[in-house]
Each structure stands twice: as structure tokens, then as C-alpha cells.
Design a protein around this ligand. Sequence first.
Ligand SMILES: [Zn+2]
Length: 275
Amino acid sequence: MPELPEVETTLRGIAPHVLHQTIHSVIIRHPTLRWPIPNSLPVLLPGQHIQTASRRGKYLLLAVQTGTIIIHLGMSGRLSLLKKNSSPKKHDHVDIVFENGDILRLTDPRRFGAVLFSSSPFAHPLLKNLGPEPLTADFNADYLFKKSRQKKVPVKTFIMNSQVVVGVGNIYAAESLFSAKLHPLQAAGEVSLIQYQLLVKSIKKVLNASIKQGGTTLKDFLDSEGNKGYFILKLKVYGREGEPCVTCFNPIASLRINNRASAYCLHCQSACSIK
Ligand SMILES: [Zn+2]
């Protein structure tokens, strides 16, 4: 599933090619993604140009004069830039065609992605309650500490809640908790300020490492076959259940939290209040 680093990589890949381009036409081949694509887009967008390209959480925002195109890649979505007249394949659901002939194409086999339009995107129901961006100064240990007091939810669930902080998916949560030596089931309200300092540092480090690695795939962005391949981090716990811990050599354990597999090391990730 595209996570925040992949969305950031996508943004950096497309931004130089779409900024200030004028939209010629919009082709919707399959209007039913996670939500219906507004059928007004092919009428509304032509003639407008892309003023800014940005990201909020896992949403890509392309602002035009009358509003903002909101794109989410869902479970399997991918954006690619193609040259004039590239013929669509089976899962190519939406094309934004620019006046120079370039095509911004959304491919989404599982159709959990979204293409929406809003005149005030930050007030949109999908965006208005999002927590801070994890790589900004607003996301810090004091914030998490205050926000978590009295909360009994597992710390892993807490940091994966997009109203607390955006973009910390399952992989990044598991890896950051390992790095901060925190048990995933530790109650969020019982994590100390010092532990949150370590956790925030770990989250920023692991996300930055992914973005940096993703950057190396940017040169492939114009490849119409789009086998960009989401990069593989050097994962220490995620997906390594049963394999030896890189620190203590005991086997990596797994438990289910909120129906998600949660890999962790029983020995390295302290569990002071977990029986
Ligand atoms: Zn260990």
C-alpha cells in the first residue's frame, strides 16, 4: 500500500512536470473508485492550470484556479506521467491531459483510490481532522505526551491514528516502536515524555530514510510501464516474525493489534505495564 514516503516521492516526481501546465481534458474511464469521481471534472477543469502541487498526509493536492483536485492512491494506486497518446491499459481509470500532450494517469487495480475536487480542501471532511505532518516541528514529544494523557489505547494504535499524526502506517509504526524500545501494547497514556522523545525521533528517522530511498526511483517516473516498485527499507521487525532480532538474536514475535499484524521483539521492547 502506498504510504506517506511513496506519496511524497510521487509528489516530487510529478510536481516539476505538472506545475503551471494547463489542463486540456479529463478522461474518466471508471468513475467508481472508493468514492465516485465527480462527473463535473471533465467540464470544470479544462482551461485551468495547476497552480500548486502539495501533499497533506497521504492526499496529493493539485490546486487550480477554482479549487483543488484531491488524489488518494488507496491500496494499489499509482500516478504516472506519460507522453502524448499513450494508450490506456486495463486499470488506467483517469487521465488528466495537459495542453502540451502530457498525461497524468491514475492506475488503480483495486480501486480504493480517490479523485475528488474541493473549493476548500483543508475543510474537506477527509482532511479537516488530520493531525500534524510527522516531518514538521509541530510533531514533537511534548505534543504526543499531552495528547496521550489518560489514553488507554496501545501506543501503536495511537501513533497510527491520523488524527494524532498523519502518515505513520503499519511498517513505520512497527519499526519506530522497535527503535524506541517500546512495546506496541503499552498504553499511550503511560508512555513517558522521554520515551516519546525517542519515538518521535525514530518516526522522523524511518520516514526520512524511506523518502530518501524513494528519491532514487524518481528517474524512473516517466517510465510508462511504471514499474517504479516501492522501495524496500532495511526492516528490523516488520515482516521478520520468527527471524532473529538484530539486537538480541531472540526470534521476532508477532501479535495482532486492531486486526493488524504487529511484529516486535519481546526482549528489546520493554513492557513495564504489560502483563
Ligand atoms: Zn531483541
